[in-house]
Structure formats: structure tokens, C-alpha cells
Design a protein around this ligand. Structure first.
Ligand code: OOG
Ligand code: MG
Length: 254
């Protein structure tokens, strides 16, 4: 098992927008090795000039775990090439089989360099926003094991973040809607995210610390989706609305 080689496979699958077979079918590797593959694949992006902008949490809701058949929390790295401006177009031709999901995003007020407990995380952020994540597994049929999806940087492809809001102390009970061309395609509650979306941020600080990652102030953390993801369609306008946090949207090219 060669970490650099496997990192190259997922990186190139993403670059060429061509699905590859699950790494775990031909190689056996542990969760820790999967994170090493993930890091090596993102290091390749960084060498090409991309910048790390934050981290994403995955499988923080039962809805997502059920949809994908994976039952452990995961985390991945976000770079500036994944950032879509509000209203910007996502090029469907540069994706494999993209799906969208409704999320909540945090902005760090200060450097993240340690683990924060649930009752401390509020002080770590200066903005909270509604967000959409576009995931696009590099594996055929969007099928993977826990190790596969970690190695593939947790399927991350793109994200759009709405206007930053003053962080509300309570993020429970917020309705979250994902719409395609104004029609609701997925709806859920923020409670689905670990029973309290702040818990996802606390988990992110624990995992970042565990893997020796420090993030500068201004970095972002995606909390993970509250509903299953929905396949994107060419030409649609995709939007999210989260109660009290507002909306965010992007377009898919025709
Ligand atoms: C893995 C990514 C999971 C989330 O928000 O739970 C994730 C996948 O579903 O392909 O981003
Ligand atoms: Mg997600």
C-alpha cells in the first residue's frame, strides 16, 4: 500500500472528472492511513497553488449515514478551489455525479490550535451561515467504505456559504430546506446534526487537534448535512434556506 500512489488516483479522478474504482477493493488500509492518503491528495492540490480554507465534517447526521451506509463521523479538508461565490455557476462537466446537501458553516474568530469542548466552541467563532455542500465521490456509483471516503477527502467538491450572521447561541430547531429551482427537494432540522450543530464544531476541533492541524482565524468549518444529498441537475438553481441564518444559492450550467 503506497500512500502517494493512492492519493494520486483520487486526485486525478477529481481532476479528470472520471470515476475510479474503490481503493479498498484492491488495497487494504486503515482509517489512519486513509487520512494520510487524504492529506497527500490535498498536498498535491496545495502544490498546484490551492490554499487550505478550512475543514468539513461528514456523517454528523443519521440521515447521511443511512443514505451512504457509513456509520462513523469523518472529516476532510477544504481548499479555495472548492469555494463558489453566492450565485456563481458550477460547471457540471467538471463533476462526476455531483450531489448537493444543506449545511451550516462556521467562521473561526481565532486560530484553532487545540480541542474545544461543547461549552467553549461559541467563543471560537465570529460568524455562522447557511451553506450548501456539493459532494462528488470519485468512486463509481458513489459507493465506498469508510476508509475509501476518507481517502477521497470525504467526497468534497464545492461549497457556497450565505451571508455571515452573528453566531446565535442556540442553533437547535432550525428548519433547513434545499431547493432546486425554488422547489423543495430535501428538508430537515438542524437538530439532525449531532442533536446540536455546535457539537459538530467541537468534534471538528478534537479531530483537527488529534491530526495535528492548526487553522488560522477566518478559516471555515462545515458542520455536515442535516438531510440526505440530492443529485444535481444541469441548468438548475440550487438554494438552501436555514431558519434565522438566511439563504445561499448557486447555479449549475446547462
Ligand atoms: C461523504 C460526505 C459526507 C456530510 O455532510 O455528511 C458529508 C458523502 O456522503 O459522499 O459531506
Ligand atoms: Mg457535507
Amino acid at each position: 500500500m503506497n500512500i502517494a500512489e493512492l492519493a494520486q488516483i483520487v486526485d486525478q479522478a477529481a481532476m479528470n472528472a472520471t470515476a475510479t474504482s474503490q481503493l479498498s477493493l484492491a488495497h487494504s488500509f486503515t482509517v489512519d492511513e486513509a487520512y494520510a492518503i487524504q492529506k497527500a491528495s490535498i498536498d498535491r492540490r496545495i502544490e498546484r497553488g490551492e490554499k487550505l480554507i478550512g475543514i468539513k465534517m461528514g456523517f454528523t447526521s443519521e440521515a447521511k449515514m443511512k443514505q451512504m451506509g457509513v456509520h462513523d463521523m469523518i472529516w476532510g479538508l477544504l481548499t479555495d478551489s472548492m469555494w463558489l461565490e453566492e450565485g456563481e455557476e458550477l460547471n457540471f462537466d467538471e463533476c462526476i455525479h455531483p450531489r448537493a446537501e444543506p449545511e451550516i458553516c462556521y467562521r473561526l474568530a481565532k486560530e484553532l490550535n487545540r480541542e474545544y469542548k461543547l461549552d467553549e466552541v461559541f467563543d471560537l467563532v465570529d460568524g455562522v451561515a447557511s451553506a450548501i455542500e456539493v459532494i462528488d465521490s470519485r468512486y463509481e456509483n458513489f459507493k465506498f467504505s469508510l476508509e475509501d471516503v476518507i481517502a477521497d477527502n470525504c467526497s468534497s467538491r464545492a461549497l457556497v456559504v450565505g451571508e455571515w450572521q452573528t453566531p446565535p447561541a442556540d442553533l437547535n430547531g432550525l428548519g433547513m430546506e434545499l431547493k432546486f429551482d425554488g422547489e423543495i427537494v430535501r428538508e430537515g432540522s438542524s437538530d439532525a446534526i449531532l442533536d446540536n450543530p455546535w457539537r459538530s464544531l467541537a468534534a471538528a476541533t478534537r479531530l483537527a487537534h488529534q491530526y495535528g492541524l492548526t487553522l488560522p482565524a477566518g478559516s471555515i468549518v462545515m458542520a455536515g448535512a442535516s438531510t440526505p444529498a440530492e443529485f444535481l441537475k444541469r441548468g438548475s438553481v440550487v438554494s438552501v434556506n436555514v431558519d434565522s441564518l438566511g439563504s445561499a444559492s448557486f447555479k449549475v450550467n446547462a
